[in-house]
Design a protein. Structure first.
Length: 159
């Protein structure tokens, strides 16, 4: 048998095989692919669609604090507070977090339900309600008008 250091050095690829002593089979010499070793040691080689070395860094008023396998994202630019059960919203130009006029219902919906504005909409604050999801797009136009209400309203022509 040749001396290992006399073999040529190659760049290698994930499908290459290596010789190993198989501890599950009396240390018999066996082969294993680099791909299988990668799977065995649980190598993370992508992050969403990013591959290779990924750098995560904070931006303006954002800092990252790492501890063990955790990454904590801190922001020093956000101010404000909110009320439990209320959907938050940003104000401009101060970027302050405040309560929006929308709040969540106190109950959990059932399978196949979605959150929607109440009908009739009434006045703010608006508590969202659970409705059955018919699998179609919103019944409201882009301007927020209810097309059914507009169709039901009498016009000068029909009066």
């Amino acid at each position: 048998m040749s001396i290992i250091y006399t073999y040529p050095i190659i760049s290698g690829n994930i499908n290459d095989n290596l010789l190993v002593s198989d501890s599950n089979n009396g240390n018999k010499t066996s082969q294993v692919s680099i791909s299988r070793i990668k799977d065995l040691i649980d190598v993370v080689d992508s992050f969403n669609t990013l591959r290779g070395n990924v750098t995560i860094s904070g931006g303006t008023n954002i800092s990252l604090v790492t501890s063990s396998n955790d990454i904590k994202i801190n922001s020093s630019a956000v101010s404000g507070s909110g009320t439990t059960g209320t959907i938050p919203m940003w104000t401009n130009p101060t970027d302050t977090l405040i309560d929006s006029p929308y709040s969540f219902p106190d109950v959990v919906g059932e399978s196949g339900q979605v959150l929607a504005l109440p009908t009739p909409i009434g006045t703010a604050p608006y508590e969202l309600v659970w409705v059955d999801n018919a699998g179609s797009a919103s019944a409201f136009a882009a301007d927020g008008a209810d097309p059914d209400a507009a169709a039901a309203s009498p016009t000068a022509d029909s009066a």
